[in-house]
Design a protein around this ligand. Structure first.
Ligand SMILES: Cc1cc2nc3c(=O)[nH]c(=O)nc-3n(C[C@H](O)[C@H](O)[C@H](O)COP(=O)(O)OP(=O)(O)OC[C@H]3O[C@@H](n4cnc5c(N)ncnc54)[C@H](O)[C@@H]3O)c2cc1C
Length: 458
């Protein structure tokens, strides 16, 4: 329940179509892709940074939680109002403020969809490299707050590498401007990078200066089919040691391939047990050299065949369909997005198979192998208490394995509420304490996304 005085202030400042309090209207803002449900007490739709600041000031005054939200596609529970309060939906801050080809920059408001940025950049021969599979329906603000990335991160990096500056309102209600408009700049601390990936816990992003990249001259694809996992992972390590960097290097294990076979029966040979989908881009000379080197690197003992593909579109479609397919067969799958150094992928996937077998669990693994970023999916029946308990133990051991290999718990989804219990596996006490102190500086009353990121007991 929100304080009556706060409600009165908000009713005075916002029309009913930008201030929801009816539980039925609010329900649409109660969940994200973590599939957990926490209904908010209200939802606000600001149109300007000034309105955002006004809301933050009121929430400070009345000590009410404020949960920033883009399009609610996050997977880690980051936009869920776990303790009630107000969801601040940035989805109506939709302006592309400027497109500036000479400086290779687009300035945009946080609600703009990733795809709209691509559409605005393309006519000028540019693109914005962050490419989550959710690009057509996730927002720039959400992408920045989670440092989103996709298949092309192996060559182009994640959102962190493609933002020059931000405007934001801190949890204390201050307007701040971080970074600069130019591609070089060393003035002060790098607060842009601090805000990127901060999952709405420090400040609300109200404007972003995005760094564009030239579209590649040409693109080509290879698919490589393997009899077994170990020859496939050996090929990944060989490819990544080449000077020619693929623009995408996606891995699918036998579980993933079987899912695709279920949906697209004639697409894959029966004997393929592991597969790579590889993309290269650049000039046609660069591409010829890269294709030859990568095809050579695929020549491991278990290779069935590796070929250049003329039209990889159908395959990419199948790859994109994997997450929804997994949802269909296991609505309560546990989906992690761990990362390990590429040269440890063979050991990681081998030990992962052992862990799943030890805990009698089915798992399906696929992902951005070029970054060592594997989507580990434990398929569970939520009504089977023993299976759920085994999955929890297995997950704990998977995270231990990731840390042992010098990996990281999340490559793209973030910590949110889903993984906060595990953050101390990766971040030591002193470092975590410093992060908490930073949170305190930005958000002294802990109104912004309270409870996210940090372990509950901390
Ligand atoms: C089918 C599907 C495929 C996906 N594929 C990928 C993928 O390939 N790669 C990937 O990285 N992710 C992927 N995701 C996850 C998700 O799309 C990304 O995390 C995305 O960046 C979230 O954007 P959003 O606008 O939906 O943000 P939300 O889910 O609304 O919010 C995410 C986090 O950002 C914060 N936030 C949102 N806007 C702001 C703002 N303006 N200021 C401050 N904080 C803010 C929220 O508080 C929350 O913590 C996928 C999700 C789905 C459903």
């Amino acid at each position: 329940m929100l304080p009556a005085n706060l409600l009165a202030h908000l009713h005075a400042a916002f029309p009913p179509d930008r201030f929801y309090t009816d539980p039925v209207d609010c329900y649409a803002y109660a969940y994200d892709n973590s599939r957990k449900i926490f209904p908010p007490d209200a939802v606000l739709f600001p149109l300007t940074a000034k309105e955002v600041q006004h809301i933050v000031s009121l929430c400070n005054q009345y000590q009410v939680p404020l949960i920033p939200r883009g399009r609610g596609t996050g997977t880690a529970g980051g936009s869920l109002p776990e303790v009630g309060g107000i969801v601040l939906s940035l989805e109506r801050m939709l302006s592309i403020i400027s497109v500036d080809p000479a400086n290779r920059v687009i300035v945009a408001e946080p609600g703009v969809l990733n795809q709209s940025i691509q559409d605005a950049a393309k006519p000028h021969g540019f693109f914005w490299p962050p490419d989550p599979s959710s690009a057509t329906f996730s927002s720039v603000g959400g992408n920045i707050a989670t440092s989103a990335g996709g298949p092309h991160a192996v060559k182009y990096g994640t959102t962190r590498e493609h933002v020059l500056g931000l405007k934001a309102v801190t949890g204390a209600g201050n307007f701040i401007t971080t970074g600069c408009y130019t591609t070089k700049g060393v003035v002060g601390y790098d607060l842009t990078r601090l805000l990127i990936g901060s999952e709405g816990t420090l400040a609300i992003i109200t404007e972003a200066t995005l760094k564009l990249t030239a579209l590649p001259g040409a693109v080509a694809g290879i698919t490589a089919h393997f009899h077994d996992l170990s020859s496939c992972t050996a090929a990944i390590v060989r490819i990544m040691a080449l000077p020619q960097l693929p623009s995408a290097l996606e891995f699918l294990d036998s579980g993933s391939l079987n899912l695709i076979r279920g949906r697209y029966p004639d697409m894959l040979p029966a004997e393929t047990n592991a597969m790579l989908m590889i993309e290269v881009d650049g000039s046609s000379t660069d591409i010829s050299a890269a294709l030859a080197a990568i095809l050579e690197a695929c020549q491991t003992d278990g290779l069935i065949h590796a070929n250049q593909v003329d039209n990889a579109e159908a395959l990419w479609k199948a790859r994109k369909a994997l997450s929804p397919l997994l949802r269909e067969i296991a609505p309560k799958k546990i989906n992690e997005d761990v990362v390990v150094p590429v040269n440890t992928l063979p050991q990681f996937l081998h030990e992962l198979a052992q862990l799943s077998a030890n805990h009698q669990l089915h798992n399906v693994n696929f992902g951005h192998a070029g970054n060592g970023n594997i989507h580990v999916n434990l398929l569970i029946d939520p009504n089977d208490a023993s299976e759920v308990a085994r999955a929890e133990r297995c997950l704990d051991e998977i995270f231990d394995l990731v840390i042992k290999l010098r990996g990281t718990l999340s490559g793209e989804h973030g910590i949110g509420s889903e993984k906060r219990a595990f953050i101390t596996k990766e971040i030591d006490h002193a470092t975590l304490q410093l992060m908490k102190n930073i949170k305190q500086l930005f958000d002294p009353n802990n109104i912004l996304n309270p409870g996210k990121l940090f372990p509950a007991a901390e």
